[in-house]
Structure formats: structure tokens, C-alpha cells
Design a protein around this ligand. Structure first.
Ligand SMILES: Nc1ncnc2c1ncn2[C@@H]1O[C@H](COP(=O)(O)OP(=O)(O)OP(=O)(O)O)[C@@H](O)[C@H]1O
Ligand SMILES: [Mg+2]
Length: 501
């Protein structure tokens, strides 16, 4: 059974139950008020039967009956009538008396002087003594009357009248229509509720079904939107999260696939070039092209250089793939970065002097705690060596300079390695950390294009960031950060799952 049908059934049954309860409540109420099941049918036609008369009205009524039977002359005495009328004032009722069509007395409270025609005909058997009259001037009165015969045989009536609200009477006369309207409203409200609830439940479910169908077909480029804040909204949100996750993993898969293809093509290309050169030179030697010992030396030196390039490429590739597969374990230990860089600069000093490069290390901010970082000693060296190696390769000025600076920035230690070399164009900057990226091999000695990719892998593993700024002709600044180590050991253990220091 569909949700729509189930909801329709539940709403209809609620509607029926409401109507039945409504009727039973009405029935019980009227039984309680009239005390008689057989009189229920009269409740509507003569509702004043259920309204008890006041003690004053009852007393005056009994007195009137007494006068009729024993002293009918008294009823012609205005003083007596005035006294009876006065007794009715607390009950907000008034006395009225007629003889035939002549008005003998009418109370000021319920004056019916010109309304005799509105009164019911005289009926001395007094079967129906209570009812309502609608006067010709629009007023409504409830009455308790007594019809009798005067000593002169003419007929007359005594009324105890009480004016009632015309609305009550109008309501009474319109009651069947009002009840009908109420029932109609009940049915319409139920119908509307059913429509709204069904729409708010079934619509998103249909949208989810459609979304599931799309996912089944492999289509993930859409959005499951739901503004509802209820369970269905939560379900839609979970569905949307699932779609996003699925899409991300498919994208990553595609990216991996793309990377793999690119990697194979780059490796093939980078190995092919030196091998072609080596083959050419070996064939040259074999064919006797290298006739002189100098030429032979030259050929062999080129073969040796190309073979070393290949060896370097394979080493770098191997390293990069180990890093990529997380197969090169990191050995983290707390290092004072200032000391570390200072030592490293001294270590490089001789080498740099040979190359006529001035390498300067500075640490302008004095930090009380030093610059402790949790790092892998050797791998960090690899990062700096790769960056400094690039600077050396790109030197094109007569006064060559490399500056290493250590700064504290927020929670991080920032290392800046600047050179005054050839720099690089803005277009190259976003790609230099990609593997196999070489901006322009002709401008300096060619490399593998893996140096900065390896540096980035290592820094990322240290939970740091690496980036570059450069200007063609001015030089290049490479920055990397390492989180400053804090005394709380659980923090760095968590930050470095490979921590074994
Ligand atoms: N200091 C620098 N000055 C100018 N260009 C740079 C500098 N550092 C990097 N580059 C550019 O970024 C590219 C990528 O550098 P990366 O170190 O990854 O590769 P590589 O130096 O070509 O190869 P490898 O480091 O393996 O020998 C370089 O080819 C060069 O174009
Ligand atoms: Mg390099």
C-alpha cells in the first residue's frame, strides 16, 4: 500500500472518528441536560425545554394560577399585576396580560403593547406553555404563559416574558446549516492537510528515488536539494553527502588514472632521451667515428654523463614513489630549527665558496624558546638541498647570493630560501611543485622535475606548507612552514602518526 493511500485512509478514519465522537458528545450532553432519551428529538425544536425557569418566574406563575382559579377578579386589578411584574424584575422578565385581543397589562421590561398579533393563539388546555416568540419589531422573547377564561367567559392569557438575544435565535434557526458548514470545513481541512502532508513526504521521496536511479546509472553531476528540516530533509541531506563522497572518490580515481598515464608517459620520455644519446654515441664508437683518443674520451664522457642522469632520474623516481606510497618511513624527532639551519649553512659554506655563491643564514626574531619543530632530520635536509640546488642551477648574476631566513609566524616556523637568480614567469609558479615540471630546460642544466615535488611531499608529511614567489630576472623565494613543537606530547603524536622519535 502506498504512503499516499495509507495517509488518505488514516485521515479519512480520523475524520469519521471525529464526526462520530462529535455526535456522541452531543447526544450525551443533551441526555445529561434533559435527563430523558425520548426528549432528545425535542432539544432542537424546543430548546427552551432544557432551560430551567427561575424561582421568581415559578413563584409568579403559581400565584397567577392561584388567582385564576380562586380570585380571577384580582387579575383585573392593576396594583396586583404591578406587584407580580415587580417580582419578576430580578429574573429580568416582565408580565404581560391580555383579554381577547385587548392588552390589560404590559411590563416596561418586555413591552408587547403593539405586538399582540405576534402571540400564539389562546389555548386554555395549556398544553404548550413555554416557547419563543418573534415579535413583529424583530425582538425575540421566551415565554411562560397561562391561558384561562375570565368570569365573563372571555378568554385571556398571562405571559412571563424574557427578551433574548436575536443571535441566539438566528443561530438556532440556522443550526442545521451551521453544522453542515462545520462538517464541510472539517472535511476540507482534512483534505487540505492530507494534500499538504502527502506532498511534503511523497515529493522528496520521489526526488530521492530519481536521484538513486541517476546514481545507479553512474550520473553524479546533480544535487539533491531539500529545504525540509524534518527526517526526510535529513535523509535527503545524507543522500546528498553520499553523492558528494561518491563523486569525490570517482574524481580521485579518475585523477589517479590520469596521473598514472602521465607518469608512464613522462618516465618513458625522460628515459628515452638519454638512452637514445647513449645508443648514438656507442654506435659512433663502434663505427669508428671517434677516431682520435680525445674524441673517444669525449664520447665516453657524454655516455657517462647521460648514464648518471638516468641513474639520478631513477633514484628520484624511486624516492618519489616511495613517498607517494608512504613506504619511506619518517623518523621524527624534536629539532631546534635555528641550530639545524645554522649547521647546514656552515656545512654548505665550502661548496658555495667554490661556486662563488654567498650563502647567508639569518634569524632576525629572537625567540625565547628557540625554534623547536618535530621533523625528520634527513628528509628535511633533502628539502633544503633540493631548493638550494635549484637556486644554484638558476644563478645568472655575477654576484651570486642565497639567503636562508628563519621566522616565527603564529604557531609556525617559517623558512624562506631566496636567491637572486633568473627567477621564473608567473605562469610557471603554480606548477613548479608538480612532478616532472620543468619550466624551461634550456635556461639552466636540465633536471628531472621531481626535486620540488619531493620537497612538497616531505613538507606535507610534516604538516607544513610550501609555496614560492618569483620574478623573472629578480630571483625566487621559496617558503615552507613547520608547526612549532609544543611540550604536549599527545599533540605531536597525533599530528605525526609516523612519530617514532
Ligand atoms: N630557484 C629557482 N629559480 C628559477 N626557477 C626555479 C627555481 N626553483 C625551481 N625552479 C623551476 O621549477 C622547476 C621544477 O623544479 P624541480 O626542482 O622540481 O625540478 P628540477 O630542478 O628541474 O629537477 P631536479 O630538482 O630533479 O634536478 C625547475 O625546472 C625550474 O624551472
Ligand atoms: Mg631541482
Amino acid at each position: 500500500m502506498s504512503i499516499r493511500l495509507r495517509l488518505l485512509l488514516s485521515y479519512t478514519s480520523m475524520l469519521i472518528v471525529t464526526i462520530v465522537l462529535f455526535l456522541v458528545a452531543g447526544l450525551l450532553l443533551s441526555v445529561a441536560m434533559t435527563g430523558d432519551v425520548s426528549r432528545i428529538k425535542n432539544v432542537y425544536t424546543s430548546h427552551y425545554a432544557v432551560e430551567p425557569i427561575s424561582p421568581q418566574e415559578e413563584a409568579v406563575y403559581l400565584d397567577v394560577k392561584y388567582y385564576v382559579k380562586n380570585q380571577p377578579d384580582q387579575l383585573l386589578n392593576t396594583k396586583v399585576l404591578e406587584e407580580l411584574d415587580h417580582r419578576l424584575v430580578p429574573a429580568e422578565a416582565g408580565l404581560f396580560m391580555r383579554k381577547g385581543s385587548t392588552v390589560l397589562y404590559t411590563s416596561t421590561l418586555a413591552s408587547l403593547r403593539d405586538q399582540v398579533s405576534s402571540l400564539p393563539p389562546i389555548e386554555t388546555s395549556n398544553i404548550k406553555v413555554r416557547d419563543t416568540i418573534h415579535a413583529a419589531d424583530g425582538r425575540y422573547f421566551t415565554y411562560l404563559k397561562f391561558d384561562f377564561t375570565f368570569p365573563d367567559k372571555s378568554e385571556g392569557s398571562v405571559y412571563m416574558l424574557k427578551e433574548v438575544s436575536p443571535y441566539a435565535e438566528v443561530t438556532r434557526s440556522l443550526l442545521p446549516i451551521l453544522i453542515g458548514v462545520l462538517l464541510l470545513l472539517l472535511v476540507l481541512t482534512n483534505g487540505l492537510l492530507h494534500f499538504l502532508v502527502t506532498r511534503s513526504i511523497v515529493r522528496p521521496l520521489l526526488a530521492l528515488r530519481e536521484a538513486a536511479g541517476k546514481i545507479k546509472e553512474g550520473e553524479l553531476n546533480f544535487e539533491v536539494n531539500s529545504e525540509a528540516r524534518d527526517e526526510i530533509g535529513m535523509l535527503s541531506q545524507s543522500f546528498e553527502d553520499m553523492r558528494k563522497r561518491l563523486k569525490d572518490s570517482v574524481d580521485v580515481q579518475l585523477q589517479y588514472e590520469e596521473n598514472r598515464k602521465e607518469l608512464v608517459s613522462n618516465i618513458s620520455h625522460d628515459l628515452k632521451t638519454p638512452i637514445t644519446t647513449i645508443i648514438g654515441y656507442v654506435e659512433g664508437i663502434r663505427d669508428g667515428v671517434a677516431g682520435t683518443p680525445e674524441k673517444l674520451d669525449n664520447y665516453l664522457a657524454t655516455i657517462h654523463r647521460k648514464a648518471k642522469d638516468m641513474d639520478h632520474l631513477i633514484d628520484e623516481l624511486f624516492l618519489f614513489s616511495k613517498l607517494d606510497l608512504k613506504k619511506w618511513p619518517f623518523t621524527f624527532a624534536v629539532i631546534d630549527l635555528e641550530r639545524y639551519l645554522q649547521d647546514y649553512a656552515e656545512e654548505l659554506h665550502f661548496d658555495m665558496e667554490q661556486k662563488e655563491i654567498q650563502l647567508i643564514f639569518t634569524c632576525p626574531q629572537q625567540s625565547g624558546d628557540g625554534y623547536p619543530v618535530m621533523a625528520d632530520w634527513d628528509k628535511l635536509k633533502r628539502v633544503i638541498a633540493n631548493i638550494v640546488g635549484n637556486s644554484v642551477k638558476c644563478m645568472d648574476k655575477s654576484e651570486k647570493r642565497i639567503d636562508i631566513a628563519l621566522l616565527a609566524v603564529g604557531e609556525d616556523c617559517l623558512v624562506r630560501i631566496s636567491d637572486n637568480g633568473c627567477g621564473m614567469p608567473d605562469s610557471a609558479l603554480p606548477h613548479i611543485f608538480d612532478r616532472f615540471f620543468r619550466e624551461d630546460a634550456s635556461r639552466h642544466s636540465p633536471g628531472t622535475g621531481l626535486g620540488l615535488a619531493i620537497a612538497k611531499q616531505i613538507i606535507t608529511e610534516h604538516k607544513g606548507r610550501i609555496w614560492a614567489e618569483s620574478e623573472l630576472g629578480r630571483g625566487t623565494d621559496i617558503y615552507f612552514t613547520l608547526p612549532r613543537w609544543k611540550e604536549r606530547s599527545e599533540e605531536h603524536n597525533e599530528a605525526h602518526p609516523n612519530y617514532r622519535g
